[in-house]
Design a protein around this ligand. Structure first.
Ligand code: MGD
Ligand code: MGD
Ligand code: SF4
Ligand code: MO
Length: 734
């Protein structure tokens, strides 16, 4: 493993110095020129993660000078996390792609003009559509910021294949909530008396305002219990950290439900009136006692009883936090685990209750329709099979199954791939497998930087300008319906696009012109924004001026679909469906039942490989930021955690380099031996393992869990099962 050292940072800084000349930026020149320049404060939304926090950016002499949080914005209320600051500085990162690139060899690119790029891509795309039909074209993106434009392109060429990254993030959760609830509910942390977090780390997988609310509740005396194989950052502020054997949360949940039902602690009225198929659930799971679960989870039966009773005692002002990534794309049993999350909360009767689970406050926006729409074309089935009968019928088509695409490219089914704001080579399983994407005839990547997908698979790289260099249609930001006013925020241009980069809308216009679809992109971001705010009593100028507006004309006394009269959820029964019809119809169990994880470590040197976020990094994108990587260096942040006792048995100590080996990869990494991790697993921070030579700061630093994970698909929700992997660990040479 190449440990990051002061020297490599100096090297990176020197490289930055050299390259910055080509970005027409050097700090000393700028400082001199800007001495007397006035400072202007402009608005935008951070792009460091999906929170899209509100930012004020200070601009001096045309250059971003500093940033602070917008105090109104619900997601951050004036705060910015370390990643946000890093992202702001990254505008001047020399590793940005600053003009279109064409691949001319395995690791070789040549800069070309936008005109040439559009003409060549347009010609190849037209040829592919003529020869193989539009169905062979795929658009993949993080989601969903490019969707409006992608839809026009895909409609024009006749392809249903819009695919997002969600299979790698939380598809088990969204699939289950859509089917069992027909809506989403969120923890009302601030007003809760008892919160159980399982595989959710607010202080590492950061939600700035969420964490503020948890701390406020704690000050008011709320109890916080964290169940996690690792003592994560949130566990450190919690009342209790309960280590669990990874992959067994389903058994823990079944036993919690068992206690609540068996001891008659459930909210009887709620279950009677608003739950469908309770009996089917209970008949299938009567034997899931805490004693049964203890053997599977490693959590003492008495502790499980205590948690169940505490949850019930504080209900409805208690909840099991609905969770995010930590459990919902990781295991063969993630779907059943996500189902149990709803079952437990429903048994507590905390839905639509203050201090329990609440829907978000939102506003109705208008829908933008371009004046000219592509003529309707007959489309084949989705190429990834998502939502298709006989294939992956239960997977949400709106999200897709990205990990199928490399195989389909290799088989000649997928001929052209557009990748926008997405890096599956690093964030999807098995990079060597992902590289098969390049087998498609045409791969076009639209990133900001030299990410792995662009570097290793793209025929053309079309650089988007940085988020502070572009405007985008507004987004709603929603808090809780009983006590937060909904908000609308808009990303606006803070500085001019640097060098030869363009916003996505202009890239689409350029491409569309070459394939005869120009008329369908005859609109601007402002046209989109105006149509969206049409139902609201505001002007675009007002929104742009404020950056973020709060709508105070909302009533805090909304009608809920599960209170008073008829149950009115958007589900077949109108109730919370404990048994999911579409799962049953496709040969799966409708109710959750115990399924063990797919793989289990058995030998002395075997561990489950698990992972998690670090507070100062976002996925992988920030690992090419020299400032944030300084923090990594300060804290030895790339180290893999291993349980101290197991490390002792293997003769391994903190600071040792170990060899980590799965069926598909062998890597070396330094370790931290600690009591703060369950003995069955090793844990790696999820930001590292860069392998794009042109992203110098990230290159070769640390390891990536995806290197070890195969590309298999969980059949109900289509997730990647990112922790169904056993690794062997042994002491290395160094
Ligand atoms: N700093 C930072 N913040 C982020 C992001 C980021 O990249 N960096 N990304 C944003 C995004 S897109 C997301 S999805 C969220 C993710 O937010 P979270 O889901 O909270 O983050 P994770 O770190 O993936 O997982 C949470 C915890 O699950 C634990 N865990 C792993 N396996 C198991 C298991 O089998 N059982 C249990 N009980 N726990 C387990 C991990 O140890 C970890 O502490 O964060 C968002 N915020
Ligand atoms: N190794 C690893 N894998 C992961 C995770 C992880 O933490 N580590 N997290 C998992 C989770 S929870 C999630 S949500 C997914 C996220 O997976 P991705 O969607 O792949 O990750 P993003 O963070 O959105 O970054 C993807 C790429 O977007 C590009 N990008 C960034 N900003 C812009 C922009 O403004 N415009 C354009 N056009 N491109 C931009 C960057 O080049 C970056 O490489 O990954 C999952 N997989
Ligand atoms: S949480 Fe941090 S990285 Fe995410 S949007 Fe907010 S400031 Fe940016
Ligand atoms: Mo995520």
């Amino acid at each position: 493993m190449q440990k990051i050292s002061r020297r490599s940072f100096l090297k990176a800084t020197a490289a930055a110095g050299a390259a910055s000349a080509s970005l027409k930026f050097s700090f000393s020149d700028f400082a001199e020129a800007a001495e007397d320049a006035p400072v202007e404060k402009r608005h935008t939304l951070c792009n460091g993660c999906s929170n899209l926090c509100g930012l004020f950016v200070h601009v001096k002499n045309g250059r971003v000078w500093k940033a602070e949080g917008n105090p109104i914005h619900l997601k951050n209320r004036g705060k910015i996390c370390a990643r946000g600051h890093g992202m702001v500085a990254d505008i001047y990162n020399p590793d940005r792609v600053t003009q279109p690139m064409k691949r001319v060899g395995e690791d070789q690119f040549e800069p070309i003009s936008w005109e040439q790029a559009f003409a060549e891509i347009g010609e190849q795309l037209t040829d592919i559509v003529d020869r193989y039909t539009g169905d062979s074209v795929v658009w993949m993106e993080h989601g969903v910021r490019g969707k409006d434009y992608a839809d026009i392109l895909l409609d024009y060429i006749g392809s249903p294949n819009y695919i997002t990254h969600y299979a790698t993030c939380f598809t088990a959760k969204t699939n289950v909530w859509a089917n069992m609830m027909g809506t989403n509910l969120y923890g009302d942390h601030e007003n809760s008396d008892y919160m159980l977090f399982v595989g959710r780390n607010f202080a590492g997988g950061i939600l700035p305002n969420g964490m503020q609310k948890v701390l406020k509740a704690k000050e008011k005396g709320a109890k916080i219990v964290v169940v996690d194989p690792r003592c994560c950052e949130l566990a450190k502020v919690a009342d209790e950290w309960i280590p669990i054997r990874p992959g067994t949360d389903l058994a823990f949940y079944l036993a919690i439900a068992h206690v609540i039902i068996e001891e008659d602690l459930k909210d009887r009225k709620f279950v009677r009136e608003y739950v469908e198929n309770f009996d089917e659930f209970w008949n299938a799971n009567r034997n899931c006692t805490p004693e049964w679960a203890e053997g599977i989870t490693d959590i003492p039966a008495d502790k499980i009883r205590e948690i169940a009773r505490d949850l019930a005692k504080h209900a409805p002002r208690s909840f099991l936090e609905p969770g995010y990534h930590g459990l919902n794309a990781h295991y063969k049993n993630s779907v059943q685990q996500a189902q149990m999350n709803i079952v437990i909360n429903a048994l507590l009767g905390n839905m639509y209750q203050r201090g329990g689970l609440l829907p978000s406050a939102s506003i109705e926006l208008g829908q933008f329709e371009p004046e000219q729409q592509p003529p309707e074309k007959e489309m084949g089935p989705r190429i990834d099979g998502a939502g298709e009968d006989g294939k992956y019928a239960t997977v949400e088509a709106a999200r897709g199954i990205p990990q199928r695409i490399p195989q389909l490219a290799e088989e000649g089914e997928v001929r052209a791939i557009f990748v926008y704001h997405y890096n599956p080579l690093r964030t999807g399983p098995n990079p060597e497998y992902q590289k098969k994407m390049k087998e498609a005839d045409l791969v076009v990547s639209i990133p900001i930087d030299w990410n792995e997908t662009s570097y290793h698979t793209a025929d053309y790289i079309l650089p988007e300008c940085y988020f502070m260099e572009r405007a985008e249609p507004p987004v709603t930001t929603a808090g809780h319906v009983t006590h937060d006013y909904p908000q609308l925020a808009m990303r606006t241009e803070v500085v001019e696009p640097m060098e030869d980069t363009k916003p996505l809308i202009d890239i689409m216009k350029g491409l569309a012109k070459e394939i005869g679809a120009e008329e369908y992109f005859d609109f601007t971001v402002e046209d989109q924004a105006r149509a969206m705010i049409e139902p609201l009593d505001i002007s675009l100028e007002q929104l742009k001026e404020a950056g973020c507006l709060e709508f105070r004309n909302q009533s805090f006394d909304p009608e809920f679909p599960l209170s008073g009269g008829e149950p009115a959820l958007d589900t077949p029964s109108g109730k919370v469906e404990f048994s999911v019809g579409i799962y049953k119809a496709n040969g799966f169990s409708g109710v959750p039942r115990w399924i063990p994880p797919k793989v289990i470590p058995r030998e002395e040197d075997e561990f489950r490989l698990i992972h998690g976020k670090q507070p100062w990094h976002s996925h992988h994108i920030t690992s090419n930021n020299p400032y944030l990587m300084e923090i990594t260096e300060m804290y030895d942040g790339t180290r893999m955690w291993i349980n101290k006792e197991r490390a002792d048995q293997l003769g391994i100590e903190t600071g040792d380099t170990v060899v980590v080996e799965s069926e598909i990869a062998t890597k070396e990494i330094e370790v931290k031996a600690t009591e703060l991790l369950h003995p069955d697993c090793v844990w790696v921070p999820s930001a590292y393992g860069g392998f794009s030579e042109k992203a110098e700061t990230a290159y070769g630093v640390g390891i990536n869990y995806n290197d070890f994970v195969s590309e298999e698909i969980e059949p109900i929700a289509g997730s990647v099962m990112g922790q169904e992997v056993i690794v062997k660990v042994r002491k290395g040479e160094k």
